[in-house]
Design a protein around this ligand. Structure first.
Ligand code: S3P
Length: 437
């Protein structure tokens, strides 16, 4: 598929975005090993989470889909998963592969994890190394997938200082730590999303998180729970920027997750002059939630503080678009991790922005973007959902139509993106086929 996005006048409205991807993955995994029935509402039915769901079903977890976003999970208990008949295909999802790797270390069988071409290129040594130190045995293709996790080894807790700020690595260690003898502790150099810690505590696990260190005794059973998944702020970010760049008007996004480890994008955009109000703050079980009121705003360039990086890690593609639409020169530094996401996002965004007439200088761990006006053009998404959606936002305010190639991956995190953008006035046509004629 590809998108053809024509310039349009966006209109005011109120919308809601699909459920949080990170929380949906975790609800599936912890629900599957809990000792009883869990109910998950607000679940994201995107391709990534569906891959996790299929993998857990292939290992014997019974997961029923009620209403479109409600799951009933019959947990099989901590060691109740069964050896899958074949390899587990996790599609595009790094979260699925890295977190399952941790969970599978504690199961009494071997399983092999594979994915699509993008996932097969993503670095896995960052989980293999700490999990091996705990006693796990994991085969890889020189640090890349496929990964074969040989469960059944006895695990011991470790004290691990994360060399990269990564919630996936932290979570993989904690999941394996549930099966380990003794205490597992993880020290973070920068705060990363803490959904695993919150959900573990919500499901009866004793755990302490203080000063960047998480400590958890091993050998504790996960209790079933009713889990509410809020709207995904990472998905809302595209709508937020579209609303900011609109000529006039106001968009309200209801029920968005406001976990403080995720809200860097709001703080960065506010520093650029964005009018974003956080209203009706409430707690939805284990996570804070709010409604966002976004008014069209003139954005100005900033030097983005690297201290925000780990709290906005998935929002840099859309922030590159914000920078391109801002007055002045925006500088991003300390974002080298973007090069090992679903695509090399620094280079994918720099290349696409240049296609749309924006001046970008790329360096190893960042870029500087000269604000301007988007021309029309054709942009490669590199099969990356967030790159595709970022350029769709640019297309809505460009001088001429923008075609974005290879947008299938949008369904990994934001099914219904084009329809939702159309509901606030965007002119997005979705066409099948690899190339526009
Ligand atoms: C995620 C963690 C982040 C993020 C990813 C989801 C998670 O990855 O980019 O989209 O759910 O734990 P890293 O841990 O590689 O930073």
């Amino acid at each position: 598929m590809h998108y053809l996005v024509k310039p349009a006048v966006l209109r005011s409205g109120a919308i809601a975005v699909p459920g949080d991807k990170s929380i949906s993955h975790r609800a599936l995994m912890l629900g599957a090993v809990a000792d009883g029935q869990s109910v998950v509402s607000g679940f994201l039915r995107g391709e990534d989470c569906k891959a996790t769901l299929a993998a857990l079903r292939a290992m014997g977890a019974q997961i029923d889909i009620g209403e479109p976003t409600t799951l009933h999970i019959s947990g099989v208990g901590m060691r109740g998963l069964r050896r899958p008949a074949g390899t587990l295909d996790l599609g595009n999802s790094g979260t699925a592969m890295r977190l399952l790797c941790g969970l599978l270390c504690g199961q009494p069988f071997a399983a092999t994890l594979v994915g699509d071409a993008s996932l097969m290129r993503r670095p896995m040594r960052r989980v293999i190394e700490p999990l091996s130190r705990m006693g796990a045995r994991i085969d890889s293709n020189d640090g890349l997938p496929p990964l074969t996790v040989h469960g059944g080894e006895s695990l011991a807790g470790i004290h691990y200082s994360l060399p990269v700020a990564s919630a996936q690595v932290k979570s993989a260690i904690l999941l394996a730590g549930l099966y380990a003898d003794g205490e597992t502790s993880v020290l973070e150099a920068a705060p990363t999303r803490d959904h695993t810690e919150r959900m573990l505590q919500f499901m009866g696990i004793e755990l302490q998180a203080e000063g960047g260190r998480i400590r958890m005794p091993g050998g504790q059973p996960v209790r079933p729970a009713d889990i509410y998944v809020p709207g995904d702020l990472s998905s809302a970010a595209f709508v937020i920027l579209a609303a900011l760049l609109a000529a006039d008007g106001e968009v309200v996004i209801n029920g968005v997750g406001m976990n403080p480890t995720r809200t860097g994008v709001i703080e960065i955009l506010r520093q650029m002059g964005a009018a974003i109000e956080i209203e009706n703050c409430r707690s939805a079980g284990l996570e804070p939630v709010a409604d966002l009121r976004v008014r069209s705003s003139a954005l100005s360039a900033i030097d983005v503080d690297p201290a925000f990086v780990s709290r906005a890690i998935d929002e840099f593609p859309v922030l590159f678009i914000a920078a391109a639409a801002a007055r002045g020169h925006t500088r991003f530094t300390g974002i080298g991790e973007l090069r090992v996401k679903e695509s090399d996002r620094i280079s994918a965004m720099a290349e696409g922005l240049r296609q749309l007439g924006i001046k970008v200088q790329e360096f190893s761990d960042g870029a500087s973007v000269q604000g301007g006006r988007f021309t029309g053009g054709v942009v490669e998404s590199h099969g990356d959902h967030r790159v595709a959606m970022s350029f769709a936002v640019a297309g809505a305010v460009a001088k001429a139509p923008v075609t974005i190639l290879d947008t299938d991956a949008v369904d990994t995190s934001f099914p219904g993106f084009a329809e939702l953008m159309r509901s606030i006035g965007a002119d997005i046509h979705v066409s099948p086929g690899p190339q526009p004629s």
